[in-house]
Design a protein around this ligand. Structure first.
Ligand code: PLP
Length: 412
C-alpha cells in the first residue's frame, strides 16, 4: 500500500485496520476465505482498465486480444477442474450466475422450487425480497423436522404437485451431503430443469470431497470466493447444448462489460485449484469441521442435524437461552468472527436468530489443523455459554490472538 498511503491515507488506513483484523482474529464465517498472493495480484492488476463486452473472439471493443487469452484460460481451467463441457466465467456474483440460468430457461411467472431461506437456502432461490420472489412463482421445501436433513420423498411429492420449471438444490447453511442425482431424477420426473447452486461447496465438489454436480444436473452455478478460494465472483457450468442460451443471458441479457481483472484472478484461482495441494486443502477443511463439530458437541452444544459432512455447522443456541445475535457479538469481542443464522423452524427474525453458522475454510487456509480446531471449539463454547462474562471473553481473545499470530495469512 506504499502508493495508496501517500495519495489517500484515509483509505490506506482503513485497509490497514482491516488487514490487522483479519490477521489477529479467526475468520469462521462459512462463506469466506483468504485468497492467495497471486489471486490478489491478478485482481489488483491493469486488467481492470479494459472494456471487453462479448466473449473471446467476439468482442464489441478493440484491443481485447490478451483479455481473450485470460478469459479462455479461465474457462478452460474451470471446465477441467469440474469436468464440464461448457463454462461461463463472467457473472459478477453468485446471485448473477443464478439469475442468468433463470433468465435463460424460465419465463416470468414460471414456478421455481427451492429450499426455504430459513432452512438453509439462499435469497436468490426465491425469497420474496429478491428479484426471484418477484419474477417467479415460488414453491419451497423444508428439511425433515426430525433429522433436519433433506427428505427426497417429500421434495418429490412437492415437485409433483407444484410442477416447477426449475428445481434448485444447493444451500447457504446446510451441513450435510446433497444427493444431486436424486434432485435431477425428481426434476426429470416432472419435466423440470435442475440447477445445483454449489457456491458453498464448490471446492469440495471439484476435489471429490463432496459429490460433483457437474454432468449430473442440467446447470451448476457457483461463487468463486468460498471453498474455491478465488476472487469474489460467479460462474456457470453445464453441458455444451445449454451454452449459447446461458452466454446470451449473461451478456447482453443482464450484464455489460465483464470484470476482466476478476476473470483473470478467477483463472489464477482455477489453476491453483487444479493442484494436488488443493485436494489436500479441501480434505483438511472437512476434517477440521468434523473435529470442531465434535468439540462443540462435547461441550454440550447442539448442532443442527447432529453434525456435519462438509465445511460448516449450525449451532442451535435455544438451550443456552441466547440469540444468534448475542453469540455473534460476544464472539466478535473475542476476535472470533462468525455469523448469526436461522435454524430449521426458526422462531426469531433473520436479524436476531437462534443459531450460529460456523465454517472452517478460512482457518484451514491459514494452515490450522485438528489440534487448533479443538482449541477453537472450546473457546467458542466458553464464550457462548457465558456471553456476559467480559473477563472470560478477554481471556479467550488473548488466546485467539496468540494462536492467530502463529498462522500468518500472507507469510513473507
Ligand atoms: N448461492 C449460495 C448458495 C450462496 O450461499 C451465496 C452467497 O452466500 C450465493 C449464491 C450468492 O453469492 P453472491 O453473494 O456472490 O451473490
Amino acid at each position: 500500500m506504499s502508493y495508496l498511503s501517500k495519495t489517500d491515507p484515509e483509505i490506506a488506513d482503513i485497509i490497514e485496520k482491516e488487514r490487522l483484523r483479519q490477521t489477529n482474529g479467526l475468520e469462521l464465517i462459512a462463506s469466506e476465505n483468504l485468497v492467495s498472493h497471486a489471486v490478489l495480484e491478478a485482481m489488483g492488476s491493469i486488467m481492470t482498465n479494459k472494456y471487453a463486452e462479448g466473449y473471446p473472439g467476439k468482442r464489441y471493443y478493440g484491443g481485447c486480444e490478451f483479455h481473450d487469452e485470460a478469459e479462455n484460460l479461465a474457462r478452460d481451467r474451470l471446465k477441467k477442474l469440474f469436468g464440464a463441457e461448457y463454462a461461463n466465467v463472467q457473472p459478477h456474483s453468485g446471485t448473477q450466475a443464478n439469475m442468468a440460468v433463470y433468465f435463460a430457461f424460465m419465463n416470468l411467472g414460471d414456478t421455481l422450487m427451492s429450499m426455504k431461506l430459513t432452512q438453509g437456502g439462499h435469497l436468490s432461490h426465491g425469497s420474496p425480497v429478491s428479484f426471484t420472489g418477484k419474477f417467479y412463482k415460488v414453491a419451497q421445501y423444508s428439511l425433515d423436522p426430525k433429522t433436519e436433513m433433506l427428505d427426497y420423498g417429500t421434495i418429490e411429492e412437492m415437485a409433483r404437485k407444484e410442477k416447477p420449471k426449475m428445481l434448485v438444490c444447493g444451500a447457504s447453511a446446510y451441513p450435510r451431503t446433497i444427493d444431486f442425482k436424486a434432485f435431477q431424477e425428481i426434476a426429470d420426473s416432472v419435466g423440470a430443469y435442475c440447477m445445483a447452486d454449489i457456491a458453498h461447496i464448490a471446492g469440495l465438489c471439484a476435489t471429490g470431497v463432496h459429490p460433483n454436480s457437474v454432468g449430473v444436473v442440467n446447470f451448476t452455478t457457483t461463487t468463486t470466493h468460498k471453498t474455491l478460494r478465488g476472487p469474489r465472483g460467479g460462474a456457470i457450468m453445464a453441458n455444451a447444448e445449454y451454452g449459447p442460451a446461458i452466454d446470451k443471458a449473461v451478456f447482453p441479457g443482464m450484464q455489460g462489460g465483464p470484470l476482466m481483472h476478476t476473470i483473470t484472478a478467477k483463472a489464477v484461482c482455477f489453476e491453483e485449484a487444479l493442484r494436488p495441494s488443493f485436494t489436500e486443502y479441501n480434505k483438511q477443511i472437512v476434517k477440521n469441521a468434523k473435529v470442531l463439530a465434535e468439540t462443540l458437541m462435547a461441550n454440550g452444544l447442539r448442532l443442527v442435524s447432529g453434525g456435519t459432512d462438509n465445511h460448516l455447522m449450525l449451532l442451535d443456541l435455544t438451550a443456552q437461552g441466547i440469540t444468534g445475535l448475542e453469540a455473534e457479538t460476544a464472539l466478535g469481542k473475542a476476535a472470533i468472527t462468525v455469523n448469526k443464522n436461522t435454524i430449521p423452524n426458526e422462531t426469531k427474525s433473520p436479524f436476531i436468530t437462534s443459531g450460529l453458522r460456523v465454517g472452517t475454510p478460512a482457518v484451514t487456509s491459514r494452515g490450522m489443523k485438528e489440534s487448533e480446531m479443538r482449541m477453537i471449539g472450546n473457546w467458542i463454547a466458553t464464550v457462548v455459554k457465558d456471553v456476559k462474562n467480559e473477563a472470560a471473553i478477554r481471556d479467550v481473545r488473548a488466546k485467539v490472538e496468540a494462536m492467530a499470530g502463529k498462522f500468518p495469512i500472507y507469510p513473507e
